[in-house]
Design a protein around this ligand. Structure first.
Ligand SMILES: [Zn+2]
Length: 416
């Protein structure tokens, strides 16, 4: 039985990259868009006709799936104005941000995190993962950081508008202690979080990574690593993570953020590491803003961009996404929680070619997959889950122009 026809939304454009089966979907091919009248049946997008009568003329406006933010820090954002800090390398930023923690009261955390959430929702984001610093106390793994509780409270209040995942961020050395790793795993599983760690050059990283995979498998937790956030060829965290995932046949979602040195290491090592990353089924999130700001510091003009090997990872079949990372804090003094602007920055920093429609999944479907979720394509999607934009042009949308404003597609349906 065919579902009831709700409406024909005339004259819209859908990026072809957001349609799973363009031939079946219909519409008229216009560069990287499908154009025509959108058919809505039983609350779902059933397809597109090239012309014919419609209930409303939407003037060529764009219809898309929502954005996904795979990596940010709602506990740290909007602190730059009070930091006594002039910028610097990654370790300087870590120290400056740590010094600010005396200001992290309930009210302070709540106001800053909620400001970030508002930005995301206004930008059309419906799923986000935020990292939250975890103060390591080896004797008391159960003590939840205040930020963990505050952002958990906000996740409850904003449910229905945006889904918020919380990932713990602690140094990998702490996870080398098997008892502590297991205790943290229990706590994170109880609070519905994601197990994450900062992997740099710590001597304990091999044991820590092994324990994290063990704990994740035991509790069914998603894993998330800040890994190789530097340009030294000595950093090998991505390779260690890939090898461990392959060794134990890990099946859950594993997201690796940064992997900066992958872009600048020797070609043979790079090829082998990318191949391992693909074989292990890891997702990689590139973080253009903080990489451009923090990497290759120490000379008057930066020469290396710091961004991971985006094009080569994509070519090897790795699930790659872009994330916003830090916003107006010690790690990046500027920015806004807006995945389309992050995509714009990624297009520049990684030299990604048009058409822009082909890049949208980096901040939509790929980003959702990196978080262990799936984001439905436009065909067959509920009108409640889709966005309609004031603009009909992806270049304007991705650039955050005057008409890069959206509402739910549901709101365009004629009443009755
Ligand atoms: Zn980060």
């Amino acid at each position: 039985m065919t579902a009831r026809l709700d409406a024909v939304l005339g004259n819209v454009r859908v990026p072809a990259s957001l349609v799973a089966d363009p031939a079946r979907f219909g519409g008229r091919r216009d560069r990287d868009y499908l154009a025509g009248n959108l058919i809505v049946r039983g609350g779902l997008v059933a397809g597109m006709t090239q012309d014919g009568p419609a209930d409303i003329d939407l003037d060529g406006r764009l219809v898309t799936t929502p954005f996904v933010e795979p990596h940010c820090h709602l506990d740290k954002c909007f602190t730059i104005e009070r930091l006594d800090f002039a910028g610097g390398r990654l370790l300087d930023a870590i120290a400056a941000q740590a010094a600010d923690k005396s200001n992290w009261t309930y009210d302070d955390l709540r106001a800053r995190a909620e400001r970030g959430i508002r930005e995301m929702v206004a930008a059309g984001t419906r799923l986000v993962r935020t990292h939250i610093d975890w103060e390591v106390d080896m004797r008391d793994a159960d003590r939840l950081p205040l930020a963990w509780r505050v952002i958990g409270e906000l996740a409850g209040e904003w449910r229905g508008q945006i889904a918020i995942q919380r990932a713990v961020l602690l140094p990998i050395a702490a996870m080398a202690d098997v008892d502590y790793a297991q205790a943290i795993g229990r706590v994170i599983a109880q609070s519905g979080g994601v197990l994450g760690a900062f992997v740099f050059d710590q001597p304990e990283r091999v044991a820590g990574i092994r324990n994290m995979f063990g704990v994740a498998a035991r509790h069914g937790l998603a894993l998330d690593f800040h890994v190789d956030e530097g340009l030294s060829p000595e950093l090998d965290g991505l390779e260690l993570i890939a090898r461990e995932a392959i060794r134990i046949g890990h099946v859950g979602p594993v997201l690796c953020g940064h992997a900066c040195n992958l872009a600048v290491i020797e070609t043979d090592v790079q090829k082998q590491r990318i191949e391992l990353t693909a074989r292990a089924g890891l997702s990689v999130v590139a973080l253009p803003s903080s990489n451009l700001y923090l990497q290759d510091r120490g000379r008057s003009i930066p020469r290396e961009r710091g961004l991971t090997a985006v094009a080569d990872l994509l070519a090897a079949g790795v699930n790659v996404a872009f994330g916003t990372d830090n916003v107006q804090d010690a790690f990046c003094p500027v920015g806004i929680h807006d995945p389309k602007r992050t995509l714009a920055m990624g297009v520049l920093a990684a030299h990604l070619k048009p058409p822009l429609g082909d890049r949208l999944p980096l901040v939509m479907q790929n980003a959702a997959k990196a978080l262990g979720q799936s984001l439905h394509s436009v065909d067959g999607s509920s009108v409640d889950a889709l966005l309609i934009w004031e603009t009909g042009q992806l270049a304007e949308l991705v650039s955050g122009g005057m008409q890069a404003r959206c509402c739910s597609l549901r709101e365009t349906l004629p009443a009755g």
